[in-house]
Write a protein that binds this ligand. Structure first.
Ligand SMILES: Cc1cc2nc3c(=O)[nH]c(=O)nc-3n(C[C@H](O)[C@H](O)[C@H](O)COP(=O)(O)OP(=O)(O)OC[C@H]3O[C@@H](n4cnc5c(N)ncnc54)[C@H](O)[C@@H]3O)c2cc1C
Length: 356
């Protein structure tokens, strides 16, 4: 029997597969690897390098522009962030694992078997669910798009020819765009990734039109989007370990999901590997994964509270909060430094000990 079946060949699933090199791993996804980008794909450069996807970097920068209403802060981050080419990154990650890949649209489970839409019945000693917000291996059934725990986002890739833009990562905390959420504009080589994310599932098309007008954006050449899961769910159910959005691991407020997906994907892969090697029992591996997830619940709860409160914060309060976090707005004296270092210090897979 296959040792490990991983559902989802994106950030969580591919990072787990990389940790399981040398094992008999079957990786399945409903699409070919890297075919369906949902994300703006911004992540710390150090993480991209650790993942071995440096060649997929389109733009790297440590400047962040935050706007609240008409006020703007130019913030120097303590480390550089990158925007990556999703398909290339997934292929580079997949090349570092020796997992077999099969295109299967998983529809659920029947006892020990994972079921595919074309009648497949797949079995394995271990199951890892990296299927994103859909959480397709949940014994209670997959999550539906209307689930109130989900946040939604969408973005356009807008060409910037003839000159690539390099004016940092723009974040727009502006009520004129969305009641609860934010807009962004990230340079990505020959295009900008301009998008909007709503914490309360507001209609995104009009918000996108307002962003287009705000930044005088031309037509997009690519358009994508989807849901983001940032409310933690059970990390283990039956014999399944859930990682990334499948366990609600995306970070609330910022909606950064790649870093946690890589972190929990790496942890799940390492623990399963240790169990297969006989260094841990299956129960110990599952308990350690549960404990790891539990250690971060306080942080997720705090960020989720801020995300819920966000819609009730008037812009002057928001301005004061940003000023407290990063310093004076740009017009009062150029760049300021990012102060909230703890946010960037959590969920760093590149700093994990060998076995979490
Ligand atoms: C518009 C937008 C912008 C974003 N921007 C950023 C950003 O800049 N930086 C950042 O860190 N995060 C960002 N995020 C969040 C980030 O994309 C997610 O948190 C991250 O992709 C989660 O990774 P994952 O591997 O858990 O799941 P996903 O990346 O969602 O991958 C799930 C995989 O499972 C597969 N799958 C799903 N259902 C099935 C099925 N039934 N059968 C088989 N396979 C299946 C999918 O095809 C996919 O390959 C953004 C999200 C959105 C929507």
């Amino acid at each position: 029997m296959t040792e490990v079946l991983i559902v989802g060949a994106s950030f969580a699933g591919l990072t787990a597969a990389r940790e399981l090199r040398g094992r008999d791993v079957l990786l399945v996804d409903r699409s070919p690897i890297g075919a369906h980008q949902t994300s703006a794909c911004a992540l710390p450069v150090a993480l991209a390098e650790w993942l071995g996807i440096g060649e997929a970097i389109l733009h790297a920068d440590s400047l962040m522009r935050i706007s609240v209403g008409r006020e703007r802060w130019d913030v120097r981050l303590p480390e550089a962030f990158a925007v990556i080419d999703y398909e290339r990154a997934c292929r580079l990650l997949a090349a570092q694992s020796d997992a077999r890949f099969q295109q299967v649209r998983v529809t659920g489970r029947d006892g020990d078997a994972v079921l595919g839409a074309d009648g497949e019945r797949l079995t394995a000693d271990w199951l890892i669910d990296g299927s994103g917000w859909r959480r397709v291996l949940d014994p209670a059934g997959a999550t539906e798009g209307r689930d109130p725990r989900l946040v939604i986002g969408t973005e356009d890739h807008v060409p910037t020819a003839p000159a690539p833009r390099a004016d940092g990562f723009g974040f727009y905390l502006e009520r004129s765009l969305l009641r609860s959420g934010y807009g962004w504009s990230f340079p990505a080589g020959d295009h900008v990734r301009a998008g909007v994310g709503s914490f309360i599932k507001e209609p995104l098309r009009p918000a996108m039109a307002r962003l287009r007008e705000r930044d005088d954006l031309g037509p997009g050449r690519e358009h994508h989007g989807g849901a983001i899961a940032c409310v933690p769910r059970a990390p283990v159910a039956d014999r399944v370990l859930f990682a990334g959005d499948a366990a609600g691991h995306a970070l609330p407020v910022t909606l950064e999901g790649i870093r946690p997906a890589a972190y929990f994907g790496a942890c799940a892969g390492r623990l399963v590997n240790a169990a297969l090697a006989g260094d841990l029992t299956a129960a110990e591996a599952r308990d350690r994964y549960r404990a790891l997830h539990a250690r971060h619940l306080g942080g997720y709860a705090r960020l989720n509270r801020i995300q819920r409160l966000y819609r009730y914060l008037p812009e002057p309060v928001l301005r004061r909060l940003v000023t407290r976090g990063v310093g004076a707005p740009a017009r009062r004296g150029g760049e300021v430094a990012f102060r909230s270092l703890r946010y960037l210090d959590v969920l760093r897979p590149e700093r994990l000990p060998a076995l979490p």
